[in-house]
Design a binder for this molecule. Structure first.
Ligand code: NZQ
Ligand code: ZN
Length: 392
């Protein structure tokens, strides 16, 4: 196991009606003037926004609103939010929604207290300072409610990039599984896929002897495989929603990723797809993951065989471990299809003619000065092109 530091001080309020604690929690973490930040209207229609406002008012807090965050959140609204926060003396940013609203809130929180352009953080500068952030989560997916990360798309060129730093860990996150019951099935499935991807990105490691984190990841994957069909069949299954919601947090706040190298190739490959075609992140991952794993399986056949047997119930073929490894990748692919995820470029709305562009931007992003993608394996542009071709 590698040396590591781990500091994840988010306060979680989990369960039915937890959103009623919003006012008390903002007060507890020092806020007095709040920016309420949300998406395209689901929280208005469900009545959640009104409940959160009532809670803030009840706690004697003043607030402003900025809605309209799009999935794959854009830089334009972040600049608007920064101006608003500065003008109005906002001292706390509360996101009500999914990963997109939360990531946009994080960017606003950092940009408000930074003299330069907030995009510097998305070009690789570590985020050291931000206004305090809280979240009321409405979809189990990105894990931004517990992560130190944020992903924003710059409209100029439609470049999608991530930023990271301890200041991006929310002070508190409110997780009420019942709030996810209004999700369309497709979005529920996208969320499940993203959670599974966050687990795979950590499982694919070159670090030896990491049995504790291996086992944590396997347990979370097994729980997802158990709960996903239950929630797809009955969207109002609170218990299934609850397990998926906590798994989403656990998968990405990194307690199961410490002390080991991680991959993140599937995410890099996917981010180019959602940047160019504006598809859902989870849907892009459903197409990207099997292709990335098929391309990289020879790097460590036994690691893929291990997840195949321990998680997907495949029989170990000791004479031909590659067969077992590939059976695990196929099991993942058919599981994702079974919950309604796309399986190829066409179903995603992606185009073969764009492959060269996708691979080039993927390998030339921030922090990749030498044009290589580093994770479980090291890949150059031609490798990434080959991966995109496997998605056709
Ligand atoms: O915008 P509204 O109207 O709220 O609708 C949203 C949106 O259309 C809808 N929705 C959310 N909760 C709902 C609901 N509809 C009905 N009922 C509810 N309870 O679902 C759609 C998707 O929402 P979004 O916030 O975009 O989903 P998600 O949480 O999957 O976030 C995706 C973004 O997170 C980034 C992705 O790249 C993508 O931009 N990621 C962020 C990470 C992080 N910060 O740590 C890590 C991830 O790997 C990921 O890259
Ligand atoms: Zn993700």
């Amino acid at each position: 196991m590698n040396n590591f530091t781990f500091y994840a001080p988010t306060f979680f309020a989990f369960g039915r009606d937890a959103q009623k604690q919003a006012g008390a929690l903002v007060t507890r973490f020092g806020g007095s003037r709040v920016l309420l930040h949300y998406g395209g209207g689901s929280v208005v229609r469900s009545g959640l926004l009104d409940q959160v406002k009532a809670s803030l008012t009840g706690a004697g807090l003043s607030f402003l609103e900025l809605g309209g965050v799009k999935p794959n959140p854009r830089s334009g609204l972040v600049y608007e939010g920064i101006d608003l926060c500065r003008r109005e003396g906002v001292d706390f940013v509360l996101a009500v929604g999914g990963g997109s609203a939360i990531d946009s809130a994080k960017a606003i929180a950092a940009g408000t207290v930074y003299e330069g352009d907030f995009w510097d953080y998305y070009e690789g500068k570590p985020v050291e300072k931000a206004l305090p952030i809280g979240t009321v989560l409405t979809i189990a997916a990105a894990g931004s409610e517990g992560s130190p990360d944020s992903v924003i798309t710059k409209e100029d060129g439609m470049i999608k990039r991530g930023a990271s730093g301890e200041a991006y860990r929310p002070k508190f996150s409110i997780l009420n599984p019942a709030l996810t019951q209004t999700l369309p099935p497709y979005q529920t499935a996208c969320g499940i896929t993203d959670i599974i991807a966050h687990l795979y990105e950590r499982y694919l490691t070159n670090t030896k002897d990491v049995e504790v984190t291996d086992r944590l990841i396997e347990a979370l994957l097994l729980a997802m495989i158990h709960e996903a069909p239950r929630v797809m069949e009955d969207p109002n299954n609170y218990e299934a929603r609850a397990n998926i919601m906590w798994a989403g947090m656990m998968a990405h706040h990194n307690s199961c990723g410490v002390g080991r190298s991680q991959d993140w190739t599937s995410h890099s490959v996917e981010h180019e797809l959602s940047a160019l075609y504006d598809c859902a992140h989870g849907a892009g991952l459903a197409v990207a993951m099997p292709a990335v794993f098929t391309y990289t399986v020879h790097h460590d056949v036994m690691r893929f065989a291990k997840i195949a047997t321990r998680v997907w119930g495949c029989q170990m073929d000791f004479d031909d471990p590659e067969r077992t490894a590939k059976a695990g990748i196929e099991a993942l692919r058919s599981f994702l299809c079974s919950i309604g995820m796309p399986k190829n470029f066409a179903e995603l709305g992606a185009k073969e003619a764009d492959i060269e562009y996708l691979a080039r931007t993927c390998c030339r992003g921030s922090g990749k000065a030498d044009g290589k993608l580093r994770g479980f394996t090291t890949l150059d542009q031609s490798d990434v092109e080959a991966i995109y071709r496997l998605m056709l």
